[in-house]
Design a protein around this ligand. Structure first.
Ligand code: RAM
Length: 360
């Protein structure tokens, strides 16, 4: 049987039976490219930094939500990098950021299709674990980007920035804007989102510093990365807390909807808003005085780094262990940190002075 046929029949077997059974029946030869660096890394469990980067791979991107402009931009970065590296890109994913079972099905689909690697932004830290472990046991490299799962359920996590920095700086930005006094609220994405929940934990910790003693976090609301729900949640916050002085929205969908609500209301410029948004979404609200400053990283660079990490893993240059290094093309050298985390870098703070320099 030719290897390509073997791959297909094993994938078909995996589709109708359990993955464990399929892997056994296929004698562990479900992938044809057991050679070069990847083979030596698999055999020794050690990274080979000099292994040649493989071409002709397929990397599947599975964002939290396909119709979210943030992920469109991130995944385009991944697509361009894969093209440059001579590999193929595909994107699958749910249209709602709260469709966790949909995400699980997409992981299984990518596994059945025997992609070489998948880059996943997890809607929930635990829900995808079993499916991701099955993917890894089928010799598929799993990278999370943007929003992580548990460390044992993936090979590496490509993080947008230090979660601690993001959580703390958002509180610092808002505290300055409201003069360190008053009630504040958070408008988040989905209640289960790993990335937002990690940032919110750091925000709460930052708020325990005595310099914020006159600031009170009154509520964390969830707009589920849905424009309409986020808009309504903002409206609800202001009805429930008429003395609210500020909102932090650590989601590009949430901050845009909150800005839209505030800019058309009597609260414009009075209730301060910061968080994570794209300069293109937020430009008009910065120019019309609704928003002073907010932050973000370049999503396309995040997608590019996820793609380059996936190819480096499949090629055996890295295995995901702390201390390993690799060169991510023109992005330069990256070192894998604790728990397999690779950090993109520092976010940018945008305000009226610099926002026109950015186009994403
Ligand atoms: C939304 C998503 C994404 C998050 C950004 C900031 O697009 O929730 O996961 O990283 O906002």
């Amino acid at each position: 049987m030719r290897k390509a046929t073997l791959r297909r029949s094993c994938a078909a077997l995996a589709a109708v039976t359990s993955f464990a059974l399929a892997a056994t029946a296929c004698g562990g030869t479900t992938k044809e490219d057991v050679k070069d660096g990847a083979a030596s890394a698999a055999a020794t469990g050690k990274a080979d930094p000099n292994a040649e980067l493989k071409k002709g791979l397929t990397v599947g991107f599975l964002p939290k939500q396909v119709n979210n402009p943030y992920f469109t931009s991130a995944d385009k970065g991944g697509e361009a990098a894969l093209k440059e590296l001579g590999s193929s890109y595909k994107e699958v994913g749910p249209s709602s950021a709260t469709d966790t079972s949909g995400q699980v099905s997409y992981v299984n689909t990518l596994t059945q299709q025997q992609v070489d690697a998948m880059a996943v932004s997890a809607q929930d830290p635990g829900a995808l674990c079993t499916a991701l472990k099955q993917a890894m046991s089928n010799d598929i490299k799993v990278v999370t980007y943007d929003s992580d799962t548990k460390p044992e359920c993936r090979n590496a996590f490509v993080s947008q920035a230090s979660a601690e920095d993001l959580g703390r700086t958002e509180v610092q930005l808002l505290a300055e804007q409201i003069g360190y006094k008053g009630e504040i609220a958070v408008l988040s994405a989905a209640q289960t989102a790993t990335n937002q929940n990690t940032w919110i934990d750091f925000m709460k910790d930052e708020l325990t510093d005595p310099k914020y003693k006159d600031i009170k976090l009154v509520k964390v609301a969830y707009g589920n990365d849905d424009a309409q729900q986020s808009f309504q949640q903002t409206q609800g916050l202001l009805q429930e807390y008429p003395n609210l002085k500020g909102i932090i929205s650590p989601t590009t969908v949430g901050i845009k909807a909150a800005a839209q609500y505030l800019s058309g209301s009597k609260y414009k410029g009075k209730v301060k808003l910061t968080g994570l948004g794209t300069p293109n979404d937020m430009r008009k609200y910065v120019k019309n005085g609704t928003v002073d400053a907010f932050e973000l990283w370049d999503p396309s660079k995040l997608g590019e780094l996820a793609a380059r990490t996936s190819v480096a893993l499949v090629s055996g240059q890295i295995t995901g262990k702390e201390g390993e290094t690799f060169t991510a093309g023109s992005m330069g050298e990256y070192t894998i940190g604790k728990d397999g985390v690779i950090s993109l870098g520092k976010p940018t703070v945008f305000n009226k002075d610099n926002i026109d320099k950015f186009d994403f």
